[in-house]
Ligand binder design. Sequence first.
Ligand SMILES: [Zn+2]
Length: 117
Amino acid sequence: MKYCIKKANQHQIDNYRHAACVVKGGRLVNVGVNTNKKGRLIDPLYEEKGCHAELMALCSLSEEQVRGSVLYVAGWSKGNNIVNSKPCPICQQYIKKFDLKAVYYSLPNGEYEELII
Ligand SMILES: [Zn+2]
């Protein structure tokens, strides 16, 4: 989770900075960050929304690679505060397509919470 929070903070984008890390068996498999590109180009669920970090972390992996892994999501505000990174309803639907072991997201107090899907 710490690594994911750091990754999100290093991300260069002029708005909220989010990062999502896929970890399987203690190994980092992939990292995704949010972009301003249209998410629907990758998955029609996203319609007019941008590419969220969760989508970017998962879309380049196969279901087999993702199966049984843990997803961490962290984000920072413009003002450099950690924000609640609970995946949005669309990301939650997208995440459901994969067989993840658990999903954790950052909270403003620096703690994190498990997403109940
Ligand atoms: Zn989202």
